[in-house]
Design a protein around this ligand. Structure first.
Ligand code: PHE
Length: 344
């Protein structure tokens, strides 16, 4: 039996030496050190041997077991290291390679313009407030002196949400003016607010029309507010935005919620008033509708027109970057083409 043990050890160590993978190693462990291994059998059958032989065989079998275990452990360590090295080698990283450029986001040209407009008015003491895109007929029309069947409704091709057409129907606001009413319902004069926001109209789109666009509404209500205050405010605004040399023109216009109503134009940014394709050879570009808040509108929100007066204006936003950068199609703003948007 001693002889068998010696042979077993030689064979086991020789096999172990050749092993290169962890699965083979586990099979080897089962074969030579497992419960059903020959070595284990011998260790369990010692009791049937005569005493002298039992001692020598037992001692030898135990040392062989220890040797095999120790060699296995060594082999495991060597193999583990080799595996780690080879996997590291496979995933080698060249830290000197140039990195991938991270593209940074930027503000949409319309967002930039809105912020600039609001800043100019904030510097004059106006506060920025916002209102809902989905509006009641009441705020969008009725309270602004545009009752049912008023011809002025034709000025605004409306996208309706509810199918009926009364004060209680909902629509997508066609202008930011409904916020005049909402603000005056909630506050008492002195009021000075600007309202940036989206507006919607049921119109075919072309180079100068979108069904969704932005306006900035302005409203000032106080004692002794006159048309001169409106003129001064808008003159200043136009010069801040378009330059000191800009000329500003006020002409009569009609909106049911103001009296008098005006239309404001500035000298064309491209031709400086001489006349070109952009301004339709008139030299002027309209950017605003405005006027003195109609006494009936004030009465409706319980502000006494005998004591208070106010002015309001509504400014088209897309026009401004179009003029400044010579953009000839409004649809570019909402086409989500990054090649266009990245330029601003
Ligand atoms: N809401 C008007 C429009 O969209 C503009 C306007 C605002 C006119 C305020 C007068 C006063 O055309």
């Amino acid at each position: 039996m001693l002889e068998e043990l010696e042979k077993l050890q030689i064979k086991a160590l020789a096999e172990l030496d050749k092993i290169t993978g962890s699965r083979e190693l586990e099979q080897w462990r089962i074969r030579y050190l497992g419960k059903k291994s020959r070595l284990n059998q011998i260790l369990h059958s010692l009791s049937i041997l005569p005493l002298v032989e039992r001692r020598s065989t037992g001692a030898r079998a135990n040392t062989i077991k220890k040797t095999l275990e120790a060699t296995l452990k060594e082999k495991e360590e060597i193999l583990g290291e080799a595996l780690l090295l080879s996997s590291l080698e496979g995933r080698r990283l060249d830290v000197t390679l140039p990195g991938q450029p991270i593209s940074s986001g930027r503000f949409h040209p319309i967002t930039q313009t809105l912020e600039e407009i609001c800043q100019v008015f904030q510097n004059m003491g106006f506060q920025v407030v916002e209102g809902p895109d989905v509006e009641w007929d009441y705020y969008n029309f009725e309270a602004l002196n545009i009752p049912q069947d008023h011809p002025a409704r034709d000025m605004f091709a409306t996208l309706w949400i509810d199918s009926d057409r009364d004060k209680k129907s909902r629509l997508l606001r066609t202008h930011t003016s409904p916020m005049q009413i909402r603000v005056m319902e909630q506050r008492r004069p002195p009021i000075r607010v600007v309202v940036p926001g989206r507006c919607y109209r049921y119109e075919a789109t072309d180079a100068t029309h979108e069904s969704m666009f932005y306006q900035v509404e302005g409203l000032a209500v106080d004692k002794n507010i006159t048309l001169a205050d409106l003129k001064g405010t808008l003159f200043d605004f136009c010069r801040c935005l378009f330059g000191e040399e800009r000329k500003v023109r006020f002409r009569c216009d009609y909106f049911p919620f103001v009296e008098p109503g005006v239309e404001v134009a500035i000298t064309c940014l491209t031709c400086n008033g001489a006349g070109c394709r952009l301004c339709g050879y008139s030299g002027w570009i309209e950017i605003l509708g405005a006027g003195m808040v109609h006494p009936d509108v004030l009465k409706r929100v319980d502000i006494d027109p005998e004591i208070y007066s106010g002015f309001a204006f509504g400014l088209g936003v897309e026009r401004i970057p179009m003029l400044r950068y010579g953009i000839d199609d409004i649809r570019l703003f909402y086409g989500n083409d990054l090649r266009f948007l990245r330029q601003f």
